[in-house]
Write a protein that binds this ligand. Structure first.
Ligand SMILES: Cc1cc2nc3c(=O)[nH]c(=O)nc-3n(C[C@H](O)[C@H](O)[C@H](O)COP(=O)(O)O)c2cc1C
Length: 196
């Protein structure tokens, strides 16, 4: 077997620098999040680019994902659970109030979920993808969530913020907090804030 040494990658480009700086952050300052920062990060989850495409790939362009936001402390937004409407780039209030404590409990008491000014919850209506691809569609949905997660990490770094991918949670408890039915999968939770 022969080995081929690769040329040193250029790590100075803006994207490379974001990749270098990406780290999971679990300690956040108590300060509020700016609405502009939340807007950028939400656009990076499932925002529209051109001709109705999104910032992430989607198997067969089935777009099963729905993004929810638990707001605890964001300038210009009342605490609440919101749904991200990517077509209008807007937030729709689902439920009034700060549910960070309940969300943290559903995430096996992970402190960073309770302390973050915002948590983004990635969910999916699985039938949108599985009706085309059968059981393999589930795999595609998990892969799509990964694309979204990396975008959140990188946009957070660019905005001077931090996040951590949280996969340890009780699906049903998170779904109940939002009021999601059985057709939904809860895929990921991303607490976001200013790194301490
Ligand atoms: C699918 C997945 C699930 C994860 N779940 C959690 C979690 O529940 N809680 C947590 O603190 N970190 C979680 N992490 C973050 C990892 O612990 C972290 O990425 C890893 O330690 C590497 O550190 P880095 O992200 O700073 O490079 C998860 C990461 C992935 C990819």
């Amino acid at each position: 077997m022969s080995t081929h040494k690769l040329p040193e990658p250029d790590k100075t480009s803006p994207l490379s620098q974001l990749l270098v700086k990406r780290r999971s952050v679990r300690k956040f300052k108590k300060e509020s999040l700016k609405l502009e920062a939340l807007s950028r990060i939400l656009w990076a989850t499932y925002g529209i680019t051109e001709r109705n495409r999104r910032v992430v790939p989607s198997a067969g362009a089935t777009y099963p994902v729905e993004v929810y936001v638990f707001v605890k402390n964001v300038e210009g937004l009342n605490p609440g659970i919101y749904k991200y409407n990517e077509r209008e780039h807007s937030l729709i209030l689902v439920k009034d109030g700060d549910y960070s404590r309940e969300l943290a409990r559903a995430c096996l008491d992970q402190n960073w979920v309770r302390e973050a000014p915002v948590n983004i919850v990635i969910t999916a209506v699985h039938s949108r993808t599985t009706e085309w691809y059968g059981d393999r569609g589930f795999r595609y949905i998990y892969m799509e969530a990964g694309h979204i997660g990396q975008n959140i990490y990188l946009m957070a770094v660019e905005a001077g913020l931090g996040t951590v991918a949280v996969g340890a949670f009780k699906d049903e408890e998170v779904a109940d907090l939002i009021g999601l039915g059985e057709e939904y999968l809860v895929l990921y939770v991303f607490p976001i804030g200013t790194p301490y």
